[in-house]
Design a protein around this ligand. Structure first.
Ligand code: BG6
Length: 464
């Protein structure tokens, strides 16, 4: 039995849900200029609007204008927490404006107040792929050190404004995305650019910015719990060939643990030397990293993969990664391999390495749901996926005393997919009537999993 402080809920990101991309003083964010795509066609960062391209984040699911009723549905499911992010360009439309945009701040005043009134603890990601586009155009995104102070100022403004209302924060969503998809960090590379060097330098700036935010956040309110947030995945060795096992070890260390090592231990690990990156580290940076250690490990987990030292094998998609197919696992229609045991593997690794609380802030199953003739949506595959992952989580919490703050299912209401821009890659307990071209009534419909998750929460994880 888990303790009653455990937080059950759901998680979204502002850019994938809010829409309202150009109202109430909001500036454009980088995600506003990312086209829609699909499983086989990658999204494109166009930076300017192309006449014939569709930009799904402009509308999202119009959460901005529907949060009152959407949060009613979350309350109906019994959510004890709700994770979202603050769109940076609502608060600082250009990123370097002299004053914050009051209308943007008011929106989050209202949203967080609404959550509190409905019994949900707001869990806030300060930056979830949402940097102001102007920072990309003017400064080159996170490759530029100037971003550190601009981000720290943004963080300070929101820490002050939401003091006493928001207690759980995360500095950057999936900070490893900067290396995997550098454009998310505003890094648009030219032909002659050394992408690896630029990306690690940008990441260094984010590490320092994160540390600064942690220091500021603790200073403003010592009650604040400020976590890191990493995308996690396991890469099992393809065979027992020792080189496959080493490849698997390096996959975990370099793809997941490195990012937590820096933020949870406050220093670059010795093995960073093997990356062969010559970082520009200014005086004071390392001191900041030491002082700005994050309080908990927030992480997303969806799927696992297989790796081999020579890369041979059938390739399969994962969350921002590609790996090899695992003959023992099924996969989602988007190729993400379903592996609840991978969650156990990662929880052990993370807890034993840092001995700090974990927070599973994303886990879920993207599927193209069908609305039946009678209007019902029977998403048994989602119930099956979530139930197995929650069981896995509870098993190690109970038998190995791994401390977990909470579990927020990804996309409790259907939102725009970050990876493909599709609406049809749905994660929700609540269906949103909107298609990949942005057509639909936006009507919300409870899926079968809605009632299921409600019972999971009511029984504190007993009824799965
Ligand atoms: C994570 C992101 O990578 O996975 C989310 O933090 C994203 O923003 C989620 O939506 C699921 O990925 P996708 O591509 O299926 O939306």
């Amino acid at each position: 039995m888990i303790n009653d402080k455990f937080l059950w809920g759901g998680a979204i990101a502002a850019n994938q849900a809010e829409g309202a991309y150009n109202v109430d003083g909001k500036g454009l964010s980088i995600m506003d200029t990312v086209t829609s795509g699909n499983k086989d066609t990658p999204r494109r960062f166009t930076l300017e609007f192309e006449k014939n391209s569709y930009y799904p984040n402009h509308l999202g699911i119009d959460f901005y204008n529907n949060y009152e009723t959407d949060t009613d549905l979350f309350r109906e499911m019994g959510f004890q927490c709700f994770r979202t992010s603050i769109a940076w360009s609502r608060i600082f439309p250009n990123g370097d404006d002299e004053e914050p945009n009051e209308q943007g701040l008011v929106y989050y005043d209202n949203l967080f107040k609404t959550l509190k009134e409905k019994g949900m603890e707001p869990i806030v990601t300060i930056s979830h792929f949402e940097m102001p586009l102007a920072l990309v155009k003017k400064y080159g995104g996170w490759r530029n050190r100037k971003l550190i102070d601009l981000y720290a100022r943004f963080a300070e403004v929101v820490f002050r404004r939401y003091k006493g209302i928001v207690k759980y924060w995360m500095t950057f969503n999936e900070i490893n995305s900067t290396i995997m998809v550098p454009a998310i960090a505003g890094i648009i590379v030219g032909n002659d650019d050394d992408v690896k060097k630029i990306s690690y330098q940008a990441l260094h700036h984010q590490f320092v910015a994160s540390a600064k935010a942690v220091i500021i956040g603790h200073d403003i309110d010592p009650e604040n719990k400020i976590g890191c947030m990493v995308m996690t995945t396991v890469g099992y060795p393809k065979t027992s060939h020792p080189l496959d096992v080493l490849a698997s070890q390096e996959y975990l260390r370099d793809g997941t643990l490195f990012y937590c090592d820096v933020q949870m231990r406050g220093e670059y690990p010795n093995y960073f030397k093997s990356y062969g990156v010559d970082l520009e580290v200014l005086e004071g940076d390392l001191e900041l990293l030491k002082r700005g250690v994050t309080d908990y490990v927030g992480f997303s987990y969806y799927a696992s993969q297989v790796v081999s030292y020579n890369g041979e094998g059938d390739q399969i998609q994962g969350n921002m990664t590609t790996g090899l197919k695992n003959p023992y696992l099924d996969a989602s229609p988007w190729g993400w391999q379903i592996d609840p045991d991978g969650l156990i593997y990662l929880m052990r690794e993370l807890y034993e390495r840092y001995n700090k609380p974990l927070f599973i802030v994303e886990n879920g199953f993207g599927h193209n749901d069908v609305v039946e003739k009678d209007g019902s949506i029977v998403d048994d595959y989602r119930i099956d996926y979530l139930s197995k992952h929650i069981k896995a989580m509870l098993s190690v919490m109970n038998t190995e005393n791994i401390e977990v703050i909470g579990y927020t299912a990804w996309g409790p209401i259907d939102i725009v997919s970050a990876g493909t821009g599709e609406m049809d890659k749905r994660y929700g307990f609540i269906y949103v009537d909107l298609n990949n071209e942005g057509k639909g009534t936006l009507k919300r419909i409870r899926k079968k999993s809605f009632q299921w998750y409600k019972e999971v929460i009511a029984s504190n994880g007993e009824c799965l």
